[in-house]
Write a protein that binds this ligand. Structure first.
Ligand SMILES: [Fe+2]
Length: 150
């Protein structure tokens, strides 16, 4: 069984965001599995660097979607992403400087790093989208265009 399993409750409901979240799950699992399999620090550093790079791109995509959706908490969410990114970046620097001893706490930390953000903050965006969809009539429900008077 995977260290970090995808669950339906993590779904934001925006295809590219969910796909990227799943990819992040995969990278965290890869880091865990390689460590458990006895990989050296260099190999683990590579996985962590991919996680740093991918999360940066993912955060940008997610922020762009929030901006386009006129999400009122967009700026707050960007600040959260910045803090998340820095936490991960510092971890990768510690590993590169040989000052990080990877253990189960590191893996638990990475799991919480991603899952808690999704559950608390990304799902708030999901709720916003759902509420807005309810409040906005679908295109088909709109009254037909009035005919021009003769
Ligand atoms: Fe997010």
């Amino acid at each position: 069984m995977a260290f970090l399993s995808w669950r339906d409750q993590y779904r934001v409901g925006v295809t590219h965001i969910d796909q990227e979240h799943r990819y992040l799950f995969g990278l965290i699992n890869e880091f865990h599995d390689k460590h458990r399999g006895g990989a050296d620090d260099k190999a683990l550093e590579q996985v962590l660097n991919r996680l740093v790079q991918y999360s940066e791109a993912h955060f940008r995509h997610e922020e762009e979607t929030m901006r386009a959706s006129e999400y009122p908490l967009h700026a707050d969410h960007c600040a959260l992403h910045e803090a998340l990114y820095m936490t991960l970046f510092r971890l990768s620097e510690e590993l590169a400087a040989n000052s990080l001893r990877i253990d189960m706490d590191t893996h638990r930390f990475l799991r919480a790093w991603l899952v808690e953000h999704i559950l608390k903050h990304d799902l708030a965006f999901s709720d916003f989208l759902a509420q807005r969809a309810k409040a906005t009539p679908a295109v088909d429900d709109k009254a037909p265009a009035e005919s021009t008077e003769e």
